[in-house]
Design a protein around this ligand. Structure first.
Ligand code: NAD
Ligand code: IPM
Ligand code: MN
Length: 351
């Protein structure tokens, strides 16, 4: 079986960690008897500097025939972040209807997190982030420019279809786990969007009487994630809340270098796209010290998506083994190993 994968390493450490994820995925393919046919795309801020565009006009079309996409990260000083991200990541998520951003949260061994003392099964949740609308909207703009009464409006868009499908996805997922969904809301402060979100959450919850449904204001939820994470399992959140919650989840389970993510098109009509939760980390780019674990685990999610679940599980086990051994940890984990050394150690443990 051959899977055709598009790789977009992107910018900064996106490039370093994607090489390591490919190394590990290739080792898994060799061991478990399938093959990966990679096509690499140089879409990045560097390309923007040369051509004025993050990706070609037919970029979406070029990717549409692949079985999956592995994305490094995009964004680098020199190109405004909203230009680089709205020039590549966000349009791809939308064009391919990857309306679920799945961000599994698992306490990894060998971490220096504030929750490091906990047992692994005390912290095992998944953030189901709405990935196609909500607070991430291009509607709005600057008014009265240059005047003392200048202001900007930034609109949010919550559609019935969009909110319903992400909440339904969370409930379906909960049925395969511990039958518990927590919705991140903020209907005390936002008077249109979040009350609507809550209303639809209640409607969907009524159709899943077997699943425990609760809602929690997002500010209280972040405190709960740190103080009582064992009381959470599936957390469903809007685009912006899910974004913020997932960096917190990364921080408490081992750091940004450890958290994977999948932009999922549930219908399978379009390719899904896998990436680390973190960005291009310009502060450590080019030093060879980025932690590749998040991107390796994103690669494992890609294999799960392709049906190569045994190989995916083996990769997760190898990551755990290498982190537990503690001999090849990158600086963010308190070690002195390079990105390549950690990637190679995971690949070697897999073989
Ligand atoms: P970031 O995640 O890149 O970095 C935040 C901090 O975490 C930095 O100190 C960084 O060094 C550290 N870090 C992140 N990943 C690490 C790793 N693998 N190993 C060790 N340390 C790691 O977030 P930021 O600084 O807010 O964003 C930098 C750029 O990346 C911006 O242009 C932003 O827009 C972009 N970004 C892109 C994506 C994406 O393409 N998916 C995601 C997030 C941010
Ligand atoms: C993420 C990133 C992106 C997001 C940014 C870079 C637009 O932070 O994937 O978490 O907010 O979706
Ligand atoms: Mn983010």
């Amino acid at each position: 079986m051959t899977h055709r994968i598009a790789s977009i390493p992107g910018d900064g450490i996106g490039v370093d960690v994607t090489i390591e994820a490919r190394r590990v995925l290739d080792a898994a393919a060799a061991k478990y008897g399938f093959s990966l046919e990679w096509t690499e795309f140089d879409w990045s801020c560097e390309r923007y500097a040369k051509t004025g565009a993050m990706m070609p006009d037919d970029g979406v079309e070029q990717l549409s025939g692949f079985d999956g996409i592995l994305l490094g990260a995009v964004g680098f000083p020199g190109v405004a972040d909203h230009v680089s991200l709205w020039g590549l990541l966000i349009p791809l998520r939308r064009a391919f209807q990857q309306y679920v951003n799945l961000r599994p949260v698992r306490l990894l061994p060998g971490t220096t997190s504030v929750l490091a003392g906990r047992k692994a099964d005390e912290l095992e949740m998944v953030i189901v982030r709405e990935n196609s609308e909500g607070e991430y909207s291009a509607i709005g703009g600057r008014h009265n420019a240059g005047r003392p009464d200048e202001f900007v409006l930034q609109e949010s868009v919550f559609t019935r279809v969009g909110v319903e499908r992400i909440i339904r996805y969370a409930f379906e997922l909960a049925r395969t786990r511990s039958q518990h969904v927590t919705s991140a809301t903020k209907s005390n402060g936002l008077i249109h969007s979040m009350p609507y979100w809550d209303e639809i959450f209640a409607e969907v919850a009524a159709k899943y009487p077997d699943v425990r449904a609760e809602q929690c204001h997002v500010d209280a939820l972040v405190a709960r994630m740190v103080q009582a994470p064992d009381r959470l399992d599936v957390v469903v959140a809007s685009n912006l809340f899910g974004d913020i919650l997932s960096d917190l989840a990364a921080a408490i389970t081992g750091g940004l270098g450890m958290a994977p993510s999948g932009n999922i098109n549930p219908s399978g009509e379009f390719p899904s796209m896998f990436e680390a939760v973190h960005g291009s980390a310009p502060d450590i780019a080019g030093q060879g010290i980025a932690n590749p674990v998040a991107q390796i685990l994103a690669g494992a999610m890609l294999l799960d998506h392709l049906g190569e679940t045994v190989a995916a599980q083996a990769i997760r086990a190898s990551v755990d083994e290498v982190l537990t051994a503690g001999e090849t940890l990158t600086p963010d984990l308190g070690g002195t190993a390079t990105t390549t050394a950690l990637g190679a150690a995971v690949a070697a443990s897999l073989r």
